[in-house]
Write a new protein. Structure first.
Length: 294
């Protein structure tokens, strides 16, 4: 392991940030979760034991990882889809203000409109809305799909506020809303702001604006420059079947198999984040795999 990784690991383990009163239990959960990460590619049965013990210790990263496995299934750990169990785990995290868990619950609500889930989301938002601009945006998505006009209006106000506060997803939502309404001058303004923030999906949309002259003077040269930027900044995400999806020009394209790992990292402010790390395998349709993008 490189020295830099040793330093990072030492720093993460030495962080004195505890989410519960019983710090010894959190330290225990952290130990089990790190063992799970180490074992997931070596011994899946032992890795699962460590993961569940970390969950029993109340470790947030472990709970989120196990919920993700139950929500979408995990062939590597032999976990079948069990959305009810996933929702129970996510609710536990969301009540503690975990935005990632809240986001997964919002997605589940938007996909299935479970009438029992909406009151819970409202309760969590009312408890933690001052903590996260992203949570405000996610709650707004729940409101704007309501049949109640007052909720829709309030939801749109929340999205505008989140956009003004720099929440990229909210800015992109508004940009697309204006585009669909034919208000191209407002849409292109927001997409330019997104491009300044290096948001990859903005480039293909801006290329379309300039190629067709929507909300701006038609300019093929500028359009081609944005198209080049779009090709250089392709975005990958994880689909439910464990394959990578390439997002290009607003379309979802199955691309390569993706190896999934549960990871943790620390940002510049010292905050610890948990998530899913993925490594793309070579595209089986191509013989040359030496330049696979990650």
């Amino acid at each position: 392991m490189p020295t830099r990784q040793y330093i990072l690991l030492f720093y993460l383990l030495s962080l004195n940030i505890f989410l519960y009163a019983d710090s010894s239990k959190i330290s225990e959960g952290e130990t089990f979760y790190l063992k799970f990460i180490e074992q997931q590619d070596i011994n899946k049965s032992q890795a699962l034991v460590y993961l569940k013990r970390a969950v029993e210790s109340g470790h947030q990263g472990a709970i989120l990882a196990l919920a993700f496995c139950y929500m979408y299934g995990d062939q590597k750990l032999d976990i079948e889809i069990d959305k009810k169990t996933a929702v129970v785990l996510l609710k536990k995290l969301a009540m503690q203000g975990n935005v990632d868990a809240f986001e997964m619950l919002v997605k589940e609500y938007l996909d299935h409109h479970d009438k029992d889930l909406k009151p819970f989301l409202c309760n969590v938002h009312n408890t933690h809305k001052s903590d996260s601009g992203k949570m405000n945006y996610l709650m707004a998505l729940v409101l704007v799909c309501s049949k109640d006009e007052s909720e829709i209006i309030y939801g749109m106000k929340m999205i505008n506020s989140a956009s003004d506060n720099g929440i990229i997803m909210a800015k992109q939502y508004l940009a697309e809303t204006y585009f669909n309404q034919g208000k191209y001058e407002f849409s292109i303004k927001l997409y330019k702001e997104l491009a300044d923030l290096k948001y990859p999906l903005s480039y293909s949309r801006l290329a379309d604006f300039y190629r067709k002259g929507l909300g701006c003077k038609r300019d093929i040269g500028i359009a081609e420059n944005y198209e080049k930027m779009a090709n250089q900044n392709r975005t990958y995400c994880l689909s439910q079947d464990g394959k990578s999806i390439e997002i290009l020009d607003g379309k979802l394209i199955p691309k390569r198999q993706m190896q999934v790992k549960h990871t943790r990292y620390c940002d510049m402010d010292g905050n610890v984040h948990y998530g899913i790390s993925s490594t793309l395998e070579a595209d089986p349709a191509k013989s040359d795999s030496s330049s696979v993008k990650k």
